[in-house]
Structures are given as structure tokens and as C-alpha cells.
Design a protein around this ligand. Structure first.
Ligand code: MN
Length: 410
């Protein structure tokens, strides 16, 4: 069986308010082509289909359009979509009946009262008949849903409980999958944080991730030949070629645009390790950052070239001495002089003071470049504000409650 593993589409996401819909449309069209040329049997989308809990009409249209095209233009047996922390589980589930008629299985969310069979998806073998593959399709699972309470618990206890509950859940899932597999291979999905990832690899911490960290790959029952994960925005092999993140196929942030984006083509045969082949996703729009003095940034804008039909999105970080007055103006003037087909789109201009080491001659006060708000973690902002207003950092209990709110808002 050949699986195409992708995740974290984040349809509807923006970059400095600029739409990414054109890039996503091109990605989805490329994906349909790739499914066809690679003769893929199962497409697995491991969460974060949408960026917002209430996706825009454009984002919904991209999603349904792609599912229809997959049905029309490819010979897929099955599409499996699970919800991520960005997705509204009930909204993802709402069209389940109609999507089921198109061989699309959607599992929006997890509740502990659901029978485990709800997460078992059987994929028929088109060539030989019978069962070809069984997917244990687990979406993002909030710790509350696992019955793990975090208030007043130590980090070590919380981590221990969460790990145990996730391992139990995946074992129950493997039992249920094996019961209907008739010897066919099993695979699973998940939308969570495993060890070995950097903080820069994802947008929002899950499962009190700041204190709990990631889970070891031994939470995934060994009977699963392959585990398709979402949430981490960088493609990576988490454990021994069996547990993988596919990363974002279209970069959500400027940082992600610096490394190639992929989808994973996975061949699974009974009794053999999976063969995983990353397929690079074309760059549909360049995301460029220029950093330096104004003349360097102007030169960068003038010399920028691209082969895509979509113009690059540019961020300019300009080093200034004193006032930044006129910086943005100067950059926009530069752009206005360029021919229209060589004009990138300037999304964001940031003026950054050159670091000042010398002391001020007048009051001998040292100036420091202050950290921009956008660079600070919400928790850091909360702690600083609390300290300013109340003269001390927030008590532990309040901090834990704040983290829970953050996860709910994620
Ligand atoms: Mn994501």
C-alpha cells in the first residue's frame, strides 16, 4: 500500500495580513497531480487542515475543491483527515456523512466516551480484494479528554500521567485495528509533540508542552508499521523511520520558508519496515526577508528575481541609527519605480535600532534595543505585566491556569 502523508496545511493562514490562498490553491492542485502520478492508495492528512477554528469561505472552498478533485482525477482508495489543535473538531466533522460518500473519512476530535472503533478506518485492497491497510485515525487529543488534570500537579507527575494515557490509548487503538485487519498492516495518526523538536518548529505549545516537553515514540504501539504525525512544522523522522512528521507543505512563517517543504510518500508491506520518501513541494511564492541598512535593503528589493507566477512576499528589517522616519517611505518609493512584473510585495517593514553600547553622555543611562512584542511568548508578556502591576511574578496556580487558557485558545 502506498500512503501520502501530509499535515498542517493551515488553509486560511495569513502572513502580515497577506492572503496565502493563492499558494494553497497551487499546493492542492500539485498534491492532486502527485497523488495521481505516484499511484497513491491512501492520502493521510494529520491535522491542522485549517488555520482558524472558523475557516473563511475561501479556505473551505479550497478544502472541498481539493477533495472533489482527488475523487475526480485520481484513483485513491481513501482519504483520511484528522483534526489538529487549530481545527474545530465539530466543524471538521459536520460534513462527515457527505464526505464519506466520496471515500473521505473525517475524524475531527476525540472524546473518551466514543467507542474506539470510531477511530478505525479500513482501507480495501483494490488489486487483491480484502483489507489492504487499517488506519488508527487519532486526531489532536486534549489532556482533559484523557482524564488528566493539570491543576496543582507537578510537571513530572503530569508528564508521567499523560504519557501513560497516550500509550494506553494507542494500545487500545492497535487492538481495535488488529481485530479487523485480517493480517493487513496497521498505521496510526496523531497530532502532538514528540521529543527531539525545537521550540521554533511549531506555533503553539500543546499539552502544557513548556513543562511536559514531548513524548517518546514508545507511546505508539509497535503493531503500527507507520505513524503519521502532525503539529510540528518541520518534516522529520522522530523514531527509527517509523514515526514521522511531514511538516507544513506551504510555509506558515518566514522561518519555515528557509527550508524545503515536503510531503511523505510511504510504502507499507506486511512484516517489513516502511519505506519513506520525502517529495519536495515546489515553492509557489518566495517568502523573502531582507535585513540590513537601508541601502542594502533597497538593493535587495531592486535585484530580487523570481520564476513563480506569484510575486514574492518581502519583509524588510532595516537597521537605523536614530529615528526610523522615512524608512518605509523610501522602500515604497523604490518599489514604485520598478516595473510591475518585477515588483515584489512588501508586507512588513521593521526599523531596528543599531545596538548602542556607549553610555548616554547626559544621564549615563544605557540604552538597549527592546524586544518586540511579537517575539515574546504570551506567557512572558503575562509574567511581565503581572510583575509591573502587582510588583511580583504571578503565583504558580495562576500561571498554570493561564497556560490552560493558552492551550484552549491554540
Ligand atoms: Mn500546525
Amino acid at each position: 500500500m502506498r500512503i501520502l502523508h501530509t499535515s498542517d496545511w493551515h488553509l486560511g493562514a495569513t502572513l502580515n495580513q497577506a492572503s496565502r490562498d493563492d499558494e494553497h490553491a497551487r499546493f492542492l492542485s500539485w498534491l492532486v497531480d502527485t497523488v495521481q502520478t505516484e499511484a497513491v492508495d491512501v492520502l493521510v492528512v494529520a491535522g491542522d487542515v485549517f488555520h482558524h477554528l472558523q475557516p473563511s469561505a475561501e479556505a473551505l472552498s479550497l478544502y472541498y475543491g481539493a477533495l472533489a478533485e482527488l475523487r475526480r482525477r485520481t484513483s485513491l482508495s481513501k482519504v483520511v483527515v484528522v483534526g489538529g489543535n487549530h481545527d474545530s473538531s465539530v466543524r471538521l466533522d459536520a460534513p462527515r456523512a457527505v464526505l464519506g460518500a466520496l471515500d473521505v473519512t473525517v475524524i475531527g476530535g476525540y472524546t473518551s466516551t466514543d467507542p474506539i472503533d470510531r477511530f478505525v478506518c479500513v482501507v480495501p485492497d483494490r488489486d487483491r480484494g480484502g483489507v489492504g491497510l487499517v488506519v488508527g485515525a487519532l486526531p489532536y487529543v486534549h489532556e482533559y479528554k484523557l482524564g488528566v488534570r493539570s491543576i496543582g500537579r507537578s510537571d513530572a507527575d503530569l508528564r508521567f500521567d499523560l504519557r501513560r494515557e497516550f500509550a494506553r490509548l494507542y494500545t487500545r487503538l492497535a487492538d481495535a485495528c488488529a481485530a479487523v485487519a485480517n493480517g493487513a498492516p496497521l498505521m496510526a495518526t496523531g497530532h502532538l509533540t514528540c521529543v527531539g523538536v525545537d521550540e521554533g518548529d511549531f506555533g503553539t505549545a500543546l499539552h502544557q508542552s513548556k513543562s511536559v516537553g514531548g513524548f517518546e515514540a514508545d507511546i505508539f504501539d509497535r503493531r503500527f508499521s507507520y505513524v503519521a504525525l502532525g503539529h510540528i512544522h518541520r518534516a522529520m523522522d522522530v523514531h527509527a523511520g517509523r514515526v514521522w512528521y511531514s511538516g507544513t507543505p506551504v510555509p506558515v512563517t518566514r522561518g519555515e520558508a528557509r527550508t524545503p517543504r515536503v510531503v511523505l510518500c510511504v510504502d507499507i508491506e506486511p512484516g517489513a519496515p516502511p519505506r519513506v520518501r520525502p517529495i519536495e513541494v515546489p515553492t509557489f511564492r518566495r517568502i523573502v526577508t531582507f535585513e540590513g541598512r537601508i541601502d542594502e535593503v533597497v538593493r535587495g528589493l531592486r535585484d530580487l528575481s523570481w520564476e513563480q507566477d506569484l510575486e514574492p512576499y518581502v519583509t524588510a528589517i532595516v537597521t537605523v541609527d536614530e529615528s526610523d522616519a522615512g524608512t518605509a517611505r523610501q522602500l515604497h518609493d523604490t518599489l514604485a519605480k520598478l516595473p510591475e512584473d518585477r515588483r515584489p510585495r512588501l508586507l512588513h517593514v521593521e526599523a531596528r535600532r543599531a545596538p548602542v553600547e556607549a553610555v548616554d553622555s547626559g544621564n549615563r543611562k544605557t540604552r538597549r534595543a527592546s524586544r518586540p512584542l511579537a517575539k515574546m511568548h504570551p506567557e512572558e508578556v503575562f509574567v511581565r505585566l503581572h510583575t509591573v502591576r502587582h510588583g511580583s511574578p504571578p503565583p504558580q496556580e495562576l500561571l498554570v491556569a493561564f497556560r490552560e487558557l493558552l492551550v484552549e485558545d491554540a
